[in-house]
Design a protein around this ligand. Structure first.
Ligand SMILES: [Zn+2]
Length: 246
């Protein structure tokens, strides 16, 4: 993975603005990863999350801060975590190049074969992880048997589906990230889900908008072209901005 230029970042931000979450994830990674986009689309979502967090760390620093309101008293609670701590939990690196791979799961009389969810699955469902959770779960199940007989995945009982979710996370831990929060006011403890794609997109959007603002100020003040301003290093751009009256 390499650091994108300011122009690449703004170009990707433009083209991803109207895209779905999964498409945004792919566009961002396509900008910085050497792998072809077809391969990225087939990578497990936890792998995608790990790469997005690494990109975020390169652009904005190693620590991420999550803000959430306490469910009991409403206090705004802040929790911070190092990207490294999260990516250290990522699954086996061998997974990276393996492409779609089938895993077996036996639960009572039920036997299923499943694959890990990918961006391609999300795009095919025209949805994001929250709204398409059930459809995504069904798309993961490649084969379901009950006492040796083929069964429609939608007829699997709740405990088998629950076991499937646990099995997915064992193979791809970053597919679902939870941060532990404690309210300083009422001491409530809870786990907050970190929606990595949305989180990274929001932060990169803020960065892109800041860049646009810098370009606008410098273009207005000095009459320079956007391409020339974006080609400057961050430090150089900052120096020129410091020369302007605030
Ligand atoms: Zn509280």
């Amino acid at each position: 993975m390499r650091i994108p230029s300011a122009a690449e970042l703004l170009g990707t931000w433009d083209s991803a603005s109207q895209a779905s979450g999964a498409q945004r994830a792919l566009l961002l990674l396509q900008m910085v990863c050497p792998e072809p986009v077809e391969l990225l689309a087939q990578m497990p979502l936890g792998w995608i999350a790990a790469q997005l967090l690494k990109l975020r760390a390169m652009l904005l620093g190693p620590e991420i801060v999550c803000l959430a309101n306490c469910q009991q008293c409403g206090t705004l609670v802040e929790s911070s975590v190092l990207v490294e701590q999260l990516t250290a939990l990522a699954g086996n690196a061998e997974l990276e190049k393996a492409g779609p791979k089938l895993f077996p799961l036996q639960q009572g009389d039920y036997c299923i074969e499943f694959k890990l969810p990918t961006c391609a699955d999300l795009i095919a469902l025209h949805g994001n992880l929250q709204s398409a959770a059930q459809a995504l779960e069904l798309s993961q199940i490649q084969r379901a048997l009950h006492k040796g007989k083929v069964l429609e995945p939608s007829h699997l009982p709740a405990d088998v589906r629950e076991a499937l979710q646990h099995a997915v996370l064992e193979h791809d831990p970053l597919a679902h990230i939870e941060l532990s929060l404690t309210c300083p006011n009422c001491e409530l403890h809870w786990l907050e889900t970190l929606q990595v794609i949305d989180f990274v997109w929001t932060e990169i959007s803020a960065l892109a908008q800041r860049l646009l603002g810098e370009v606008a100020r410098l273009a207005y003040a000095f009459g320079w072209r956007e391409a020339d301003i974006l080609a400057m290093s961050d430090t150089r751009r900052r120096r020129y901005l410091e020369l302007l009256p605030s």
